[in-house]
Design a protein around this ligand. Structure first.
Ligand code: ADP
Length: 228
């Protein structure tokens, strides 16, 4: 069945930035390229999936609980029959971003690429969670602006540095304190807290389940599971 007049009207008034390549932050290097829009719209895909695509962007110090909460959140979604995907920390650095290190420039590029990939996942109507330290406010805001309004949900996974350091799940703080890891966020590289995240989860005060439930409830209240 083709799109209804109403859905076409909605589409043309709420075109995602995917239909408007001009609005990306930096112009592409190539000149002779053409953007291909499809006949099937994002709204068509969302209707078929019974959910709205979005990017749930976790940010926080190493050891704050981004991966742990993201994985629990993914389980909760699956139990409810929702399609989701988690883009997580180091995995991306083994493939897509294996040419990048941890200098400020490389961190910028790391987040930019992850943002573009997450945007494509969301456009495919997938609830996409990213679990990266993403320490710079500008980098996170640059991802926010390429996403259609209301579909970028910044979640500050917050635990005090001393709590993260005492957890030290990968032994990285110990190495950083010993001077073995240069530019380690929170120790020798900055972490810029979100100014107004959609959600802040204190993982030192609430357990993993409670934190994951809060994210689910946020999406539920804003109609991400309710597609007309
Ligand atoms: P990050 O992905 O932010 O680097 P991880 O999820 O890998 O952090 O590690 C967080 C550690 O903290 C894990 O060992 C986890 O079991 C523990 N932890 C304790 N309480 C919580 C909580 N409420 N939420 C998330 N993780 C928690």
């Amino acid at each position: 069945m083709g799109p209804t007049l109403r859905s076409l009207h909605f589409f043309y008034n709420h075109r995602s930035s995917l239909t408007e390549p001009e609005d990306t932050m930096t112009p592409p290097k190539s000149k002779n390229i053409t953007w291909h829009g499809g006949v099937v719209t994002r709204q068509d895909r969302e209707r078929a999936a019974g959910q709205k695509g979005c990017v749930v962007w976790f940010t926080g110090l190493s050891g704050s609980g981004k991966s742990t909460v993201a994985r629990r959140f993914e389980q909760l979604l699956l139990e409810r029959g929702r399609v989701s995907y988690v883009l997580d920390g180091d995995n991306i650095r083994f493939g897509l971003n294996k040419d990048l290190g941890f200098s400020p420039e490389d961190r910028n590029e790391n987040i930019r690429r992850i943002g573009e990939v997450a945007k494509l996942f969301a456009d495919a109507a997938i609830i996409t969670t990213t679990a990266f330290i993403s320490p710079y406010r500008t980098d996170r805001d640059n991802v926010r602006v390429i996403m259609p309004e209301g579909t970028f949900i910044e979640v500050y996974i917050n635990a005090p540095l001393d709590v993260c350091e005492s957890r030290d799940p990968k032994g990285l703080y110990k190495k950083a304190r010993a001077g073995l890891i240069p530019e380690f966020t929170g120790i020798s590289a900055p972490y810029e807290e979100p100014m107004s995240p959609e959600l802040e989860l204190r993982t030192d005060l609430y357990d993993v389940d409670a934190c994951a439930e809060q994210v689910l409830s946020y999406l539920d209240k804003r109609g991400f599971f309710n597609v007309a």
